[in-house]
Structures are given as C-alpha cells and as structure tokens.
Design a protein around this ligand. Sequence first.
Ligand code: FES
Length: 135
Amino acid sequence: MHRTKPHRITVCTSCRHTGETCRPGYQLIDQLRAAIAAAGDMIAEDFEVSGVACMAGCKRPCTVAYHASQKATYLFGDIEPDVDIDDLVDFARQYAVLHDGWCSSVDRPGKLRKSTLARVPASFMALEATEVLAS
Ligand code: FES
C-alpha cells in the first residue's frame, strides 16, 4: 500500500561544487536515500527524498531543505555529500518528532548549526504570532 510520507527532504540538483563543474546533487540524493533507509525506525517510513533544480542558495552549494505541511521549513547550505550525511540523518530524526518543526541552531546536529540559510515558520505558526501581536 502506498502512502504519502509526511516529511520531505529536497536536494538541489543544480548546485556545483565551488570552482568545479560537477553537480553532486544526484549523488547526495542517492546517499541520503540509502542512509535514511538504513537508519530504519520511523524515519525510513516518514521521509521522502527528492530533487529540485534550484532553491536560490546558489552561493552556498549544495543546498538541502527539510519541509512538511505543518512544520517550519529549513534550508541548509554548504552540504558535502561525503561528509554531512550523518548530520542530515540526525536532523531527520529530530525534525520528525518536533510538532511544529521549530528548533534553535544550538539544538541542530553538527554542521547544520552554522549552515542554516533559512528557517521559515509553518503558516499556522506565522498566523498565531500575528494574532498575538494584534491582541
Ligand atoms: S543552484 Fe543550487 S540553490 Fe541554486
């Protein structure tokens, strides 16, 4: 039975290594899919890994986003396929259990503490913050 996975990791397939012509996004997708599957437990069932041509973080290749319909969205840059897979899998475990996806930089694993290009609240979080400001 096919079910839609609630979380998605999106990898830029257009990023080039700085100063080089290769585009490591497809390699990163393959490595990340394998690592997520090997991690087992709930994340193998809950995360889809896919690619997109550009996420406007082109000066910080490779870029990787975490998103879900009811959670904050993150965009990370400077991701190296051969170095950062463990941090990406650790963040998937963390992201899966955060009810709104929100966490501070000090709580993110390894390189992801310093390579966050954006953290965007889910729309319902932004709406709640607007209502608090208006009240
Ligand atoms: S080319 Fe990868 S974010 Fe633009």
